[in-house]
Design a protein around this ligand. Structure first.
Ligand code: HEM
Length: 381
C-alpha cells in the first residue's frame, strides 16, 4: 500500500492530526511533499549525520550522568524523563546548534510529573489556589522552560531574521525555506516522544528479561573503554534488541491511512475503488504469529537471521515515500543510548520505589504509544 504504483496520497486523517498546519508529515499534496522531502533529506541522510555523532553522543553521556546523579539522590531514576530530555536536547542541538538544556533542568520536570502522579487533584487545584510545595514545583518548571526557550530563541531569530545560519546545522535548511519550512515544534514533538518511548520500553524489557540483559552486557563488555559510535553501530545483539523493541513497542502502532487513487487498485485479488481509504497497522503486522512465532514474547534473538516475511512485515518507521525521514538519526540515538546505558549500569533492574509497578508501563495507545503513567523507574546500578 505504501509503495503501490508510485504513490497513494495520505488520507484526510492527516488534516485532523494538525489542524491548519501543513508540513512534510501532514501534507497530502504529492508534489509539495517531494519538495519538502528534498529540502530535508540531504541534511538527515546517513552520511551527513556522521558529522553530528559527537553532538549526539555528548547529550547521551550527559543523560547517563544525570541518571546516575538522580539514582544517588532518589534511589531510582526515571528513565522516561531523562530520555525525553535527551531527545529534546539532541533535536535542539541539531536544529540550532544549541540545546534546550532539558538535561540540565530535567529534575524540575520530573518532580512535577511525580507530583502529578501522586497528587493529581492537588496539582490541578494549585493552578487556582496556591499550595506551597506544588506551586513551587510548577513555577520552577515554568522558569526553567522559559530559560531553555530563550536560549534557543536567540539562535532561531538569527536564522529567521538574517536568513543565514552562522552555525550551519542539520536542519538549517528548514528555516531557510521560509513558509515552506517545517515548524520546529512538530519535529521536536515527533523526535522527543518516539525516541523516549522506544528507549524506555527497551530499558524496561531488557531489565525484565535477565537472559537478554546478560547477553547484551556481555557484548558491551567486549568494547574498548573509550568506545564510540563506530564501535557500537554494527553490534549484532544490540541491534537485535532494538529491532525487537521497535516490533513490540512501535511508537506509531496504528494504521497509517492512504487514499486509493482514482483508477482503484487490486490487493490480493480484492479490488478497492478510487477514493477509498486503506491502511496497514504495524501493531497487528508485528504480532502476526505466522511471521513472528510466539509473537507476544520479547525475544531479540528472533532477529539473528530474519526471514523475508519478517522484514516485509516490519513497519516501525512507516513505508514507501513517506517513510520516517529521521530514521537514521533515530537509529543512531537508539544505539548510542542503549550501549551507554547498559555499559554504565550493567546491573540495572526495574525499581519498586514510590509505588512503581507493572501497570505504570501499560502502553497507552492513540496515534502514538507511550507508557500510561509517563514514568519508568529503574534501579540504575
Ligand atoms: C524511534 C524513533 C522514530 C520512530 C519510531 C518514527 C516513526 C515514524 C513513522 C511511522 C512515520 C510515518 C508516519 C506516516 O506514514 O504517517 C514517520 C514519519 C516522519 N518522521 Fe519519524 N520516527 C522516529 C524518529 C524521528 C526523528 C528523530 C525525526 C526527526 C528528525 C523524525 C521525523 C519524521 C518526519 C519529518 C516524518 C514525516 C516524513 C514524510 O511524510 O515524508 N522521526 N516517523
Amino acid at each position: 500500500m505504501y509503495s503501490f504504483k508510485g504513490e497513494f496520497p495520505k488520507s484526510d486523517f492527516y488534516d485532523k492530526t494538525a489542524i491548519g498546519i501543513v508540513n512534510v508529515f501532514t501534507t497530502r499534496d504529492i508534489d509539495l511533499h517531494r519538495r519538502y522531502r528534498r529540502l530535508l533529506s540531504q541534511g538527515i541522510s546517513e552520511s551527513s549525520l556522521n558529522t553530528h555523532v559527537p553532538a549526539v553522543d555528548s547529550q547521551v553521556r550527559l543523560a547517563m550522568q544525570r541518571m546516575g546523579e538522580e539514582m544517588q539522590r532518589r534511589g531510582a531514576t526515571d528513565v522516561f524523563n531523562w530520555f525525553l530530555c535527551m531527545a529534546t536536547d539532541i533535536i535542539g542541538e541539531l536544529s540550532f546548534g544549541e540545546s534546550f538544556r532539558m538535561l540540565e533542568t530535567g529534575e524540575a520536570v520530573a518532580k512535577l510529573n511525580g507530583l502529578r502522579t501522586t497528587f493529581p487533584f492537588l496539582v490541578k487545584l494549585s493552578y487556582y489556589v496556591p499550595i506551597p510545595f506544588i506551586s513551587e514545583a510548577v513555577n520552577n518548571r515554568k522558569r526553567l522552560l522559559q530559560y531553555s526557550e530563550t536560549s534557543l530563541g536567540r539562535h532561531y531569530r538569527i536564522v529567521e531574521e538574517e536568513g543565514e545560519d552562522a552555525k550551519p546545522t542539520l536542519l538549517s535548511k528548514l528555516y531557510k525555506a521560509g513558509e515552506d519550512g517545517l515548524s520546529f515544534k512538530e519535529i521536536r514533538a515527533n523526535a522527543q516522544s518516539y525516541i523516549a518511548n522506544t528507549l524506555t520500553y527497551l530499558v524496561y524489557n531488557v531489565c525484565k528479561h535477565p537472559e537478554v540483559k546478560t547477553k547484551l552486557v556481555d557484548e558491551l563488555q567486549g568494547l574498548p573503554d573509550d568506545f564510540d559510535y563506530n564501535d557500537v553501530k554494527s553490534l549484532p545483539y544490540l541491534n537485535q534488541v532494538i529491532e525487537e523493541t521497535l516490533r513490540l513497542y512501535s511508537s506509531v502502532p496504528g494504521g497509517l491511512p492512504r487514499m486509493v487513487t482514482k483508477e482503484g487498485a487490486e490487493f490480493n485479488g480484492h479490488f478497492i475503488p478510487g477514493g477509498y481509504t486503506v491502511s496497514v497497522q504495524p501493531y497487528s503486522m508485528h504480532r502476526n504469529p505466522d511471521v513472528f512465532p510466539e509473537p507476544m514474547e520479547y525475544n531479540p534473538s528472533r532477529w539473528e537471521n530474519p526471514t523475508k516475511a519478517m522484514k516485509d512485515s516490519f513497519l516501525p518507521f512507516g513505508g514507501g515515500s513517506r517513510v520516517c525521514i529521521g530514521l537514521h538519526l533515530a537509529r543512531m540515538e537508539l544505539r548510542l543510548a542503549t550501549a551507554r546505558f547498559f555499559a554504565t549500569f550493567p546491573y540495572a533492574e526495574v525499581s519498586s520505589a514510590e509505588g512503581f509497578k507493572e501497570a505504570d508501563m501499560e502502553p497507552a495507545m492513540f496515534f502514538l504509544l507511550s507508557p500510561k503513567s509517563h514514568r519508568c523507574l529503574i534501579n540504575a546500578a
